[in-house]
Design a protein around this ligand. Structure first.
Ligand code: FES
Ligand SMILES: [Fe+2]
Length: 340
């Protein structure tokens, strides 16, 4: 155990592996509010938003879907998800007969049975009703939506550890997916806004499309685990934090933002934690006991970050009203003339 301190002098006791030494010559010690440059964050966000998605959006955790159909809403479309012969199926949640919500029906021998008149539906479809392309990556379920951009046969799955304990949380936010990504492109708020979780956070490197930081995560009291982590975006709706040094190298936290409707976004966050410690196989066996704690920690952070993302969205609505700028200027000129 090593002793250290926070920027304001509080004692920290570092648990776990010691990080590799880094040249600190290029690390700025300016205050976080100066380092968090909104224009630079916005430039990075624009580069990320220009990336292809192949039409793929995250729907939910695979483990949440059993043989009872469930309804989700993605980009204004109600979809039903069910499990048929261990394969997950996704389709529009409206019966092709008279429009009943299929998610209120049931599954019989892998076929989705409509609650109104018993029509049985499967991957073969019925008239214009067709199942949607879906992808089960082992942790998350994705659906491919009809978009203007070229579609791909599978989503981009971030590099994940081979052995892990996992937990997935979902939380709805009143914002757009870009606000969720923008929140994570600003690590400088970490210590100030999430003081309950982070004791110290230094941004080590900001590259074209990645940010690397050193963060001391609070375990309990003054005890912290310090790691280096890198944020990257494999597609415009996903931001991934990967631990690159310290305890748990290779662990990832994937944050996926899926639009529900205009101004409503579902945040799906998957944590896949790994370790090269010999006792990790025991931890894996205890995944179901550890999962509630992992969810609690992720939800606590996201409650704050949701507030941040919603505020960003709210401000954008005020700053970019529906009236085009030229029309606004004309309107102002007219009202000034009126006052004259
Ligand atoms: S509405 Fe589904 S079978 Fe009639
Ligand atoms: Fe945050």
């Amino acid at each position: 155990m090593k002793k250290s301190s926070t920027d304001d002098g509080n004692i920290l006791i570092l648990l776990g592996k010691t990080l590799h030494l880094r040249s600190e010559a290029h690390i700025s010690r300016s205050p976080d509010w100066i380092l968090a440059n909104p224009k630079a964050i916005d430039r990075m966000l624009r580069r990320i938003l220009a990336k292809p998605s192949g039409g793929w959006r995250v729907v939910c955790a695979v483990a949440e879907i059993h043989h009872v159909p469930r309804r989700f809403r993605v980009e204004g479309l109600d979809i039903v998800v069910w499990r048929a012969d261990d394969k997950l199926m996704v389709a529009p949640d409206a019966c092709p007969h008279m429009g009943a919500s299929l998610s209120t029906g049931h599954v019989r021998c892998g076929r989705l049975v409509c609650p109104w008149h018993g029509l049985e539906l499967d991957r073969g479809g019925h008239g214009r009703w067709k199942v949607l392309p879906a992808f089960d990556d082992g942790v998350l379920l994705w659906v491919r939506m009809a978009t203007e951009e070229p579609t791909t046969s599978a989503p981009v799955i971030p590099a994940r550890p081979t052995q892990f304990v996992d937990a997935v949380v979902q939380m709805e936010a009143r914002c757009e997916p870009r606000d969720v990504i923008a929140n994570r492109l600003d690590p400088w708020h970490g210590v100030h806004f999430h003081g309950h979780s982070f004791a110290r956070l230094v941004v080590l490197d900001v590259a074209e499309e990645s940010i690397t930081l050193r963060v001391a995560y609070r375990v309990v009291g003054p005890f912290v685990v310090e790691v280096d982590a890198t944020f990257t975006c494999p597609d415009p709706n996903t931001i991934v934090m990967t631990i690159v040094d310290g305890e748990g190298v290779g662990s990832v936290v994937e944050t996926h933002a899926t639009a529900i409707d205009r101004g409503r976004t579902m945040v799906t966050e998957a944590t896949l934690a790994t370790s090269d410690r010999p006792g990790f196989f025991v931890v894996r066996r205890l995944n179901s006991l550890i999962r509630p704690w992992m969810r609690w920690a992720a939800e606590r952070l996201w409650r704050d970050d949701r507030e941040y993302a919603e505020r960003t969205y709210e401000l954008r609505q005020v700053q970019s009203p529906a009236v085009p700028k030229g029309a606004q200027r004309r309107k102002m000129a007219v009202s000034q003339t009126d006052e004259d």
